[in-house]
Design a binder for this molecule. Structure first.
Ligand code: 4LM
Length: 399
């Protein structure tokens, strides 16, 4: 199928086919895994032309690889962007992109709550090199407006936010940033949703980043990332952020696994969403539970905005138990089916305690300031039967 065909075929069909034509590969149904570090040239001029991009073909696998190219075309297609770059991890995508876009004296305006290592990269990484990191509450548009400045180069957020499930209005934040300065790049971490549920580029964002380790791969067997956006910026990230600054190159074997995962992305997301909705409703009615954070609940403060920008409410839930931290630990230690582990988006239901695990790089004071409570428990609803996950949670919650 023509790989540039973005909207004619449905999402599920493009997840299976986009970017690959078996007719070009001796009829091989699946793309060959090109295990090669380098590529040969017919002559010097061809090598030089490949490096400069004037000649088609590949130069060296720290820059590009034919298997990786299939994944990049597929991701760009699904996110409705012009181009994509696959990387060795989600942090590889985030760091390669930000190293490319900002320098000393520039400001990155970020939502106050971020995945722990993204926070650490901003706070301990970029800051060390003279980049100003400014935090705002992105659910408070007046706060965002007040903090946009002449120095703002990038506006960065996740939605829903890891781990507390706030939902940020992508169209409204993009409009605010562009209204301030059209050169500002709006960057959205779409890991929690994937393009099966949310497509930030169609809502005004410039760049989407992913931890492909999660739902895109979908099986808990790899680490990978990606960034999607306009062709010019993606090329800059490839040739500087990836090639020179991070070297966070994805393996062709990993690419193959992600392509396999993406074929079932929509099917899996449907089940993740169904299971999460059922879990959230059970928890909401449970006497031991103080609060459930899940945008699919009708009285969730973010329900309306989630309905506007998401096709479904996702597979992630956060909760606070009535007994706070101690009750949370008691429950986590009693789980039998659900696995106590960081990461998310796998077939297995995964549960963890953000304050001591995914968000432990924040200090206690930083967690309080950035909206991560000590008793918060995070659930990634898996693909098991709803009834079994709920039974496990109920037995773990029982006094
Ligand atoms: C976790 N998350 O939350 P790599 N963006 C988001 C993420 O949740 C993550 C990354 C980027 C978790 C990992 C332990 C929203 C990771 C970073 O791990 O570098 O692929 O992605 O449990």
């Amino acid at each position: 199928m023509p790989s540039g065909n973005k909207t004619k075929l449905s999402f599920a069909t493009r997840s299976v086919h986009a970017g690959y034509d078996s007719a070009d590969n001796q009829g091989s149904l699946n793309p060959p895994i090109y295990m090669t570090s380098t590529y040969t040239f017919d002559n010097v001029a061809q090598g030089a032309g490949r490096f400069s991009g004037d000649e088609p073909g590949h130069f060296y696998s720290r820059i590009s690889n034919p298997t990786q190219e299939v994944l990049e075309t597929r991701l760009a297609n699904l996110e409705e962007g012009e181009a994509a770059l696959a990387t060795a991890s989600g942090m590889g995508a985030i760091s390669a992109t930000l190293w490319t876009l900002v320098g000393p004296g520039d400001q990155v305006l970020v939502d106050k709550t971020l995945y722990g290592c993204t926070f650490s990269f901003m706070e301990h990484g970029l800051k060390k090199f003279g980049v100003d990191i400014c935090y705002a509450d992105f659910t408070d548009h007046a706060d965002v407006k007040a903090k946009l400045s002449d120095k703002t180069k990038v506006v960065y957020f996740e939605t829903p936010v890891n781990p507390n499930m706030r939902v940020i209005d992508i169209a409204a934040i993009s409009a605010l940033a562009k209204g301030h300065n059209t050169d500002i790049k709006v960057m959205v971490d779409n890991t929690y949703c994937t393009p099966a549920l949310q497509r930030p580029l169609t809502l005004g964002a410039d760049l989407v980043v992913h931890s492909a380790t999660k739902y895109l791969g979908g099986h808990g067997d790899l680490i990978a990332g990606a960034v999607v956006g306009d062709a010019e910026t993606i090329q800059q990230i490839r040739l500087f952020g990836l090639k020179d600054m991070t070297g966070a190159v994805i393996s062709p074997m990993t690419v193959f696994l992600i392509l396999r995962g993406i074929k079932t992305l929509q099917l899996r997301m449907e089940r993740h969403c169904q299971n999460a909705q059922a879990i959230a409703e059970m928890l909401e009615a449970h006497p031991g539970v103080d609060q459930v954070f899940f945008p699919g609940l009708k009285n969730d403060p973010y329900h309306e905005i989630a309905c506007k920008q998401m096709d479904d409410f996702g597979g992630m839930i956060a909760l606070e138990l009535k007994g706070g931290y101690e009750a949370g630990v008691r429950m986590l230690n009693k789980l039998k089916l659900a696995k106590l582990a960081v990461s998310l988006g796998d077939a297995e239901t995964l549960i963890q305690h953000p304050a001591s695990m995914t968000h432990s790089v924040y200090t206690l004071e930083e967690r309080a300031k950035h909206g991560i409570t000590e008793g918060l428990v995070r659930i990634s609803a898996g693909l098991e039967a709803e009834v079994d996950i709920i039974a496990d949670l109920e037995q773990a919650l029982a006094e």
